[in-house]
Each structure stands twice: as C-alpha cells, then as structure tokens.
Design a protein around this ligand. Structure first.
Ligand SMILES: [Zn+2]
Length: 161
C-alpha cells in the first residue's frame, strides 16, 4: 500500500477491523517514511463465476440449480437436509475460492458428484448416470464397480441403451 502523502511504498498496518460482517476491512496505516497516518477500506469481491457448458453457452452460477441437482439425486434417500445444505455451501465456497470468472459446467458437476459420493452412494450413481457425459456405457459400469458395496438395489438406466 502506497503512502498517499509521500508515495513511499512501505506502510505499516497499525490496526484492522471489520466494519460490518463480511462487508469491508478497515485498516489504519502508518507510512514508514513520513510517519503520516491514513485509513484504507478493503472489500473482497465475492462474485460467483459464469458457468460454461460444453456447447459454449454461459449462464450465472445458480445455487438453486445445484441444490435441485442434489434433491433430485437424493429423492427418497435417508439424507438429512442439513447435510445437503452443508454440501452445497462447500461447493459454493470451493467455486468462490477458485477466483475465476468462468467455470466449466462439468467441473461443477464433478464437485456435486464428490459430495454425493460421500453423502449417499445410490444418489451418487443416480447423478452420475444422468449428468455425467459418459463416452460409453462401460464407463458407468466402471463407476459402479468402484463402489465397494452398494447397500441398496440400484435401478440404473444406461444412457443411450
Ligand atoms: Zn509517507
């Protein structure tokens, strides 16, 4: 942070505090060279990226769409809503942490799959069979075999079969 008085590039932070939760951070600074004091306000830009589909179309990152994906996959599965909320929150946090302006839709899908894998194996397979772009049906079978012990009977419709 450059000193606004003498242009010196080295300033000390004397004090920092958050003015409003998550809104901005107020920092009291002192110039190392001229010792004058000034205040800066820092805001973090938290903007969700655009989601880019494989066909190149872009749309706003839609948290509700992610949540709906979970709900469809978890239909009639014994998973508490609280766990779903936490999984959705983790995905949003991960997407924000990327700091990118665009994210491929496939990447979002992979994050959902990772969370579903931990939440419920049946829901994971459901989601995978619907949303993942399987090159060949064998790929889905390999996914199923990766799961050690599916505890319920699975009804799977192979894409394109
Ligand atoms: Zn200065």
């Amino acid at each position: 942070m450059k000193c606004p008085f003498c242009g010196h590039t080295d300033t000390q932070v004397i004090d920092s505090r958050v003015s409003e939760p998550g809104a901005s951070i107020r920092r009291r600074r002192r110039c190392v060279s001229c010792t004058k004091r000034f205040t800066t306000y820092e805001t973090v830009e938290l903007r969700l990226p655009q989601v880019v589909k494989t066909n190149g179309t872009r749309s706003d990152f839609d948290v509700m769409r992610v949540r709906n994906g979970f709900q469809r996959a978890l239909h009639k599965r014994p998973v508490p809503t609280e766990f779903v909320d936490q999984a959705v929150d983790r995905i949003v946090a991960r997407v924000l942490a990327l700091g990118e302006r665009e994210i491929p839709s496939r990447e979002v899908g992979e994050m959902v799959m990772q969370e579903l894998y931990l939440l419920d194996k049946v829901a994971y397979i459901r989601y995978a069979s619907i949303y993942r772009q399987f090159e060949e049906p064998d790929e889905l079978l390999r996914e199923i075999k990766k799961l050690e012990k599916p505890h319920d009977t699975l009804t799977i419709r192979l894409p394109g079969v």
